[in-house]
Write a protein that binds this ligand. Structure first.
Ligand code: ATP
Length: 250
């Protein structure tokens, strides 16, 4: 379980998180939504110790990860996998080499065992005959699938997705969402997804956390969020220009 307790985070004079509390349910998918620039990525980075809070605590399975030494933090991070916006593949490596990389680095599996696991992982994300291709020979959707295959290979307990469908067309976006949903159900990991995909994300996540002005304004099931009475939540999910949220565009 990940618990964020009274998190405060500022960059210079800009306060981004302002006493934020959030508990991520185990074995479920939680989506973090909210206007651009409100701190969704900053929040995700606190969960894995890439950023430290100015105040407050982050607990992973009941233990604080704030102020840990690098070696201790690396141990905690073994529970996690992170799927970045751009899939973060190594351009000079083939798809096979990219996916095999964590197994070669972190396990003592034999070459044939690694080959077998990579083949299964690529099959699981619906990729065929791409082993020898390089990332720049793949479409955006295929790259995301490779990133997901690599993330799942070490069987993480927790998978963090930072806007996993950015830049994809609506059909591929749906396919990636479907894949995240299916793999989460199959492996049962705890997932946290930062997403702008409304209303699609309501079909993927079990819980939605709406971030606004440095706090979680509302946490609930997709149904509860869709039926929210809160004017900010209502405006945000309907994409209306009228309401308390200022788009910042004149
Ligand atoms: N390392 C950093 N140093 C300084 N400011 C930062 C840093 N990281 C984030 N910020 C600032 O914190 C704010 C929140 O950024 P963040 O990327 O978390 O927003 P977001 O909600 O994920 O936005 P978007 O939906 O547009 O991706 C932004 O104003 C950003 O400029």
């Amino acid at each position: 379980m990940i618990e964020l307790i009274n998190i405060h985070k500022s960059f210079g004079s800009q306060t981004v998180l302002n006493g934020l509390n959030l508990t991520i349910p185990v074995g479920k998918t939680t989506a973090v939504i909210g206007p651009s620039g409100e701190g969704k990525s900053v929040l995700l980075k606190h969960m894995i110790g890439l950023l430290q809070p100015d105040q407050g605590d982050v607990l992973v399975d009941g233990k604080s990860i704030v102020g840990l030494r690098r070696s201790q933090l690396n141990q905690v991070r073994e529970k996690f996998a992170m799927v970045f916006q751009n899939a973060a593949l190594f351009d000079s490596m083939t798809v096979y080499e990219n996916v095999a990389f964590p197994l070669e680095e972190k396990t003592s599996l034999s070459r044939s065992e690694i080959e077998e696991r990579v083949a299964i992982a690529l099959q699981e994300v619906g990729l065929k005959k791409v082993n020898h291709k390089y990332p720049d020979e793949l479409s955006g959707g295929m790259k995301k699938r490779v990133g997901l295959a690599r993330a799942l290979l070490l069987q993480p307990q927790i998978v963090l997705f930072d806007e996993p469908t950015t830049g994809l067309d609506p059909v591929i976006r749906r396919a990636i969402h479907q894949l995240i949903k299916e793999t989460q159900e199959k492996f049962g990991f705890t997932a946290v997804i930062v997403s702008h995909d409304i209303p699609d994300i309501f079909e993927v996540a079990h819980h939605i956390a709406m971030l606004y002005h440095g706090e979680i304004l509302q946490f609930g099931t997709p149904e509860e969020i869709q039926n929210s009475d809160h004017p900010v939540v209502r405006q945000f999910i309907s994409g209306s220009l009228d309401g308390p949220i200022n788009s910042g565009v004149a």
